[in-house]
Design a binder for this molecule. Sequence first.
Ligand code: F6P
Length: 478
Amino acid sequence: MTDQTAAQAVWTAIAKANQPKLTDLFAADAERVHKLSLSLNLPGGEVLFDWSKTHLDTGLLDQFAALAKAMDFHGKRNALFDGELINNTEGRPADHAAQRGVGTAESTELASVFHARMRALIDAMDEGVFGDIHHILHIGIGGSALGPDMVMNALGRDEIRYDVAVVSNIDGAALDDVFQSFDPAHTMIAVASKTFTTIETMTNARSALAWLADNGVEDPHGRVIALTAAPDKAVAWGVDETRILPFSESVGGRYSLWSSIGFPFAAALGWEAFEDFLRGAAAMDRHFIEADLTRNAPVLAAFADLLYAQQRGCQTRAVFAYDERLSLVPSYLQQLEMESNGKSVLADGSPLGRASAPVTWGGVGTDAQHAVFQLLHQGTHLIPVEFLASRTPGHDLDPDHHRILLTNCFAQGAALMQGRDNEDGARRYAGDRPSATILIDDVNPATLGALIAFYEQRTFANAMLLGINPFDQFGVEL
Ligand code: F6P
């Protein structure tokens, strides 16, 4: 049971807590980096989470641990993985972890059945059942598009088995761009829609069918695969039921990359890559379940998120991928974090009474240094910054490229923290501006899966500590 009185007492204590400068926190504790960093050896390599340049300290960690106790965090985490109706307003469990094998026997078994169907359909496509296919035109929006787009951008830069284009906007220009480069005679269309009713997706799908027909494809509907939790609607729309890849209603749209929505990824990069992706995520889930709260990457990150939103009044948080392969992660996180936790009521519908999710924004480094870092260093907003980087470059060019990229990434975190004094105000940097760094060995299916699962569980941890339901999205239905 949650204890709102105890929770309120903790929030009051956190609000009143001292706010030492980052440089003072480091000076006071030689062990600070170790206490606030975590190195996880995951299936695809090491992932280092360095939260030492945030204002968390042992006192605050104790406070947040007390908040977790008051909010029955352990009970809520068990409820998630036990398939309980944690999405209480829609009366559903949240089964995304079960798609990677972490959940109840029933939900993980159902997920493996759906995955086997997806694998069989990909095998059929590989064997030429649908003709000589070279391109996959993936049509979806929100969680039915952002995930496939982000993964293909991260992992689909070397040899891939099919070209993949992801189209989401109803602006015909998006679809028309693909028509200029894809050959209809060799194109498969994946209509990705959990509800199979979303007007942007259904309009784009209708135009894609017409494009096939207008270009001589005899059985356009035969080239359509439906990725959906509403198979009956896909059949009614005209998709052959052997080409429908279902997934469970209890998988949220913004949490669905592990399900049939991952089809273009599995088809283009191979089934082994998709399984590595799931494996990496499962390893992060197990870490999230097993690690003590203050040695738990998603929980530590959530503690810092809440510190800045609640104690410092930060209304945004910025994520910068210092790696072109991760350039779509910030926009992916926007839906995951803001559609999950952009709420103003508790799970029971009563007023939340405090700040909820900050605005997630960001971009790519080092480009962002030539656009928004002015504000981050000298603006009037305090904006927690997050850096994503890989030890290993995603190219074979001169090593100077990666050395300069990483040097800038680490230097930015140091500069934000240390600042620089100057008699001339225009050249003075206040410093004491927080940042966190996630450094992965390399961008591969397993580390990417672990990274995305880290963000999912972090989003969940934020929600449970606030007492909100991260799994509904009535705001978009208006
Ligand atoms: O934004 C609302 C939303 O329902 C998202 O949650 C979802 O990912 C997106 O629209 C697309 O919905 P569907 O997959 O049902 O087409």
